[in-house]
Design a protein around this ligand. Structure first.
Ligand SMILES: Cc1cc2nc3c(=O)[nH]c(=O)nc-3n(C[C@H](O)[C@H](O)[C@H](O)COP(=O)(O)OP(=O)(O)OC[C@H]3O[C@@H](n4cnc5c(N)ncnc54)[C@H](O)[C@@H]3O)c2cc1C
Length: 506
């Protein structure tokens, strides 16, 4: 019997498979689509913005260089690891269609950030992400079976079985990463709650007969929003029809043109539509991410509009958070309740993303109240503080798990500390263990860290900029579990290490 079956080889299922494979678990991924790659996944329709937090996740596992290459961004990612402060972001995006100016982001105001190789956001495609992750998963011994549609899930105290036609796949755990219309979510009885849509959105790869009639970028209009990007052929639009369009049918060119004309307030003509997809702002989330031996991650656990481009980023955050916890549970060395911290930490993060999407919909609505709010928001995001706030939210820089009292860095993503010999934290996290960094000359924590070698990598040495810290304990997902100033408190370190990594073998 395998340790884990993952249903769905989208970006989230594949990222999770890599995390589990890295930790030595036996993993089988079942994917409905017979082939990797589909016309929807390369640019322009597969274009996706990756946040700083997601770029960091790839960096921490040594997958950033292949991702930059596959994304066509190998020449200049915007990151400057030699600088003291992180580079200003190249892309900040928009709030409710109101563009933000990257030059307005005050990186010095983002707490505990250091420059590193990971960019503060980048453009990629689903195709690039899935190709890089599939290759890495295979290197790690993960088996991916394509052309398998899971239609049954049954669990007992010992195991869980995924049924696909006549075939049954048993494992100790099953994770549904099967997207917004998740079969696993339904079959395993998860409650999915939230709000119904106000608009239908369209993304298309099209040719415009008269492109000069549409302004480039995001354009908020009295009737909705349209988007023309620098990526050739991409046109997006949002139509406040209450989500009335029947999404089981393919939109025709005539329908798309009439919506585009209404939303843009122009008589623009679509001369060719190669591909078109639809989405809504339905915002739903499961009430828990675990039922017995079945867990959910990514769109299977939360759906919302693509406004602000956060679905994939939130899903990668889920996978990074869940991977090491599930692996420790499989190995039998997880401290009590570790797996339950997955829902405890990721559910509030997902809920905040849903609300971020709802807030944008509220100010985009074609009514006088929303138009009045737009003017207020436009003023606010025109300020340095306003832009920095939005950037902190969408980049993940202001995300903090509530891990109780302690240093204000605890619960945040660890800065990419650089030791004086040039080693970076991101070099130390590649094997998926936690990291104890001891910046003082006395190697104070050395004895305390023994017995945890399989789970925590101990490294000592002065850092170029330790941000006033003397020592820090970083979880495998890059979250700071404990930090200290002055002489490191060995007992506090051991308490934190036991809390997250279990009893040491001393
Ligand atoms: C227009 C648009 C723009 C977007 N832009 C961004 C952006 O810029 N940034 C961002 O972060 N997010 C963005 N998103 C959201 C992002 O694309 C999704 O959140 C992300 O793809 C979800 O990944 P996932 O792996 O959870 O699910 P999916 O990508 O949906 O993958 C699920 C996989 O499961 C498989 N599957 C489904 N059912 C079964 C079954 N029964 N058996 C076996 N396999 C099954 C599917 O074939 C699929 O491969 C955007 C979305 C849209 C629509």
């Amino acid at each position: 019997m395998r340790d884990v079956v993952i249903v769905g080889a989208g970006p989230v299922g594949l990222f999770l498979a890599c995390e589990l494979g890295l930790a030595g678990c036996s993993v089988l991924v079942l994917e409905r689509e017979p082939e990797l790659g589909s016309p929807w996944k390369p640019n322009p329709l597969g274009m996706r913005g990756l946040s700083a937090a997601s770029a960091e996740a790839f960096y921490r596992r040594g997958m950033l260089p292949p991702l930059l290459t596959a994304s066509g961004a190998d020449v200049d990612s915007g990151a400057n690891p030699d600088a003291d402060e992180p580079a200003a972001p190249r892309i900040v995006g928009h709030f409710a269609g109101m563009m933000l100016d990257p030059a307005q982001v005050d990186v010095a105001d983002l707490p505990f950030r250091l420059a590193g190789p990971a960019p503060e956001g980048m453009l990629t495609s689903l195709d690039a992400v899935e190709t890089v992750l599939s290759e890495r998963a295979s290197e790690l011994g993960v088996e991916i079976r394509r052309g398998v549609t899971v239609s049954g899930v049954a669990q007992n105290d010992e195991s869980v079985v995924a049924q696909a036609g006549e075939d049954a796949y048993a494992a100790r755990w099953l994770v549904g990463c099967d997207g917004g219309r998740s079969t696993v979510r339904r079959l395993a009885g998860f409650e999915f709650v939230g709000t119904e849509p106000q608009f239908t959105g369209y993304a298309m790869d099209a040719t415009l007969a008269d492109p000069e009639k549409l302004r480039p970028g995001f354009n908020l209009t009295p009737t909705g929003m349209y988007l023309r990007t620098s990526v050739q052929g991409y046109v997006g639009m949002m139509d406040f029809d209450g989500g009335a369009f029947d999404r089981s049918r393919q939109p025709t060119r005539d329908h798309l043109q009439s919506v585009l004309r209404r939303v843009s307030g122009t008589d623009v003509t679509l001369s060719d539509v190669r591909l078109a997809s639809t989405f809504t702002d339905r915002a739903m989330q499961t009430t828990t991410y675990r039922r017995g031996r079945v867990l959910l991650a990514g769109d299977a656990a939360h759906i919302h509009s693509p406004l602000g481009g956060q679905g994939l980023n939130t899903g990668i955050g889920d996978a990074m958070n869940l991977g090491w916890k599930l692996a420790a549970t499989v190995r039998g060395n997880a401290p009590d309740g570790l797996l339950d911290t997955y829902t405890r930490e990721r559910h509030p993060t997902g809920a905040a993303v849903l609300d971020w999407s709802r807030a944008q919909v509220a100010v985009m609505r074609p009514d006088p109240h929303a138009h009045a709010m737009q003017a207020v928001i436009r003023d606010l995001i025109g300020t340095r503080d306003g832009t920095t706030y939005v950037f902190g939210r969408v980049s993940g820089a202001s995300n903090r798990y509530d891990l109780g009292d302690g240093h204000p860095l605890v619960g945040r993503s660890a800065p990419d500390f650089r030791l004086e010999d040039g080693t970076r934290l991101g070099d130390l996290t590649r094997d998926g263990r936690g990291v104890a960094l001891d910046f003082g000359a006395g190697r104070t924590l050395h004895a305390s860290a023994t017995g945890w070698e399989h789970r925590i990598r101990y490294t000592a040495g002065p850092a170029g900029n330790p941000l006033g810290l003397s020592a820090v304990l970083v979880r495998p997902d890059g979250t700071v579990a404990w930090a200290d100033t002055g002489t490191p408190d060995r007992e506090a370190f051991e308490r934190a290490a036991t809390h997250w990594f279990g009893t040491p073998t001393k």
